[in-house]
Design a protein around this ligand. Structure first.
Ligand code: G3H
Ligand code: ZN
Length: 347
């Protein structure tokens, strides 16, 4: 079906205490993986599973704005899944205009690096131009940092080689205090929402962009305090790195301190209705692609490498969709193999 307005997906999700996954695409295989995951989960759960596909300004420039948006529109048009197309982390008004020109059905304006007054002013301007075309706007309050703000590439490679509790310990020591300071302040929420006129709020609640695996606890106490001050759907950013569920925390041996929680807690008690996931899907694609190539270094048919990458992404997205539907993965599912071994790609 044609792309839908993101409000049509998030308003009912908020009312029903569930979340919709917002997944970042960087190529055709990822767009397919997201739509197919939603179709398969609709079958598995016996009820419609909605989907938000996101293109960042970087991804839009990489593909070309028209081709990137066009791919999502066509994939959506061929499916029964309800799909919204969101521009992720626009920092310039011109990028938002490009999204409007190319039929996006939502936009995130990220003014979180600006002083508060400038963030409010520019966000309000974006809201006016988007609402004039019937497009809703998400904005960021506080700042969601990225892992590269704290560790260089060697440091990140080192952390990736450690156990989850060891990584979290080092991350807490190096980044914990700073991440806390960057969180949105509950007392700013009402004024920010009222003065900007936004539709969805990405309030920083302790997550970090770009973490390679789901190991990091977030501050659900802060999220609850924010939620008490607005009725808007809240958005979780940097969700690749967030622990999926209390069961997940236990299995990984990560102890939560008072006020901390997992993605499932953020959805169930913190009003999170949109969950943004990017890094872990990019890694899944690369792992599938490279794994297939390692198995057959002489392979020269791109599709026989792209298909296992796509399968990995699809399975990861289904894990998230299961969680959002209140069905966290079982331990047995955690180690399940994908079809990397099957190099048979469609002709
Ligand atoms: O806006 C996109 C997200 O916040 C993705 O963050 O790459 O850490 O999953 P992530
Ligand atoms: Zn983000």
């Amino acid at each position: 079906m044609p792309l839908v307005d993101e409000r049509e997906l998030l308003k009912p999700a908020l009312a029903e205490g569930r979340a919709v996954g917002a997944f970042n695409a960087n190529n055709m295989e990822m767009v397919q993986a997201f739509v197919w995951a939603a179709e398969e989960m609709t079958q598995e759960l016996g009820k419609p599973v909605d989907l938000i596909i996101q293109l960042s300004p970087g991804a839009s420039k990489y593909a070309g704005w028209a081709l990137g948006a066009g791919m999502v529109k066509i994939a959506s048009g061929e499916s029964k899944v309800r799909v919204a197309l969101n521009l992720d982390h626009a920092t310039e008004i011109g990028e938002v205009q490009k999204a409007l020109d190319n039929g996006f059905t939502a936009a995130l304006f990220d003014g979180s690096s600006l002083p508060m007054e400038k963030n409010v002013k520019l966000t309000r301007q974006v809201v006016q131009m988007c609402h004039a075309q019937g497009v809703p706007v998400e904005a960021e309050l506080g700042k969601i940092p990225k892992i590269e703000d704290y560790f260089d590439s060697n440091g990140i490679a080192h952390l990736r080689g450690l156990s989850a509790p060891e990584s979290v310990k080092i991350m807490r020591e190096k980044a914990g205090e700073s991440v806390d300071k960057l969180m949105a302040k509950p007392e700013d929420v009402e004024r920010f929402v009222e003065q900007t006129g936004i539709d969805f709020l990405a309030a920083a609640f302790g997550s970090i962009h770009g973490v390679w695996d789901d190991i990091w606890p977030v501050r659900v106490d802060r999220l609850v305090a924010i939620q008490e001050r607005t009725r808007l759907p809240l958005v979780s950013h940097g969700s690749s790195g967030i622990l999926m569920s209390p069961q997940d925390a236990q299995e990984k041996g990560i102890k939560l301190v008072a006020g901390e929680g997992t993605l499932l807690d953020a959805i169930k008690t913190g009003g999170v209705s949109k969950v943004n996931v990017a890094t872990i899907l990019s890694i899944a694609f690369i792992d599938g692609f490279v794994g297939a190539h390692q198995q057959k270094p002489s392979e020269k048919d791109f599709r026989k490498l792209g298909a296992p990458g796509r399968d990995r992404v699809k399975e990861k997205v289904k894990e998230y969709m299961r969680l959002f539907a209140g069905r966290p993965r079982k331990p047995a599912e955690a180690g399940k193999k994908d079809s990397t071994a099957d190099l048979g790609a469609p002709e």
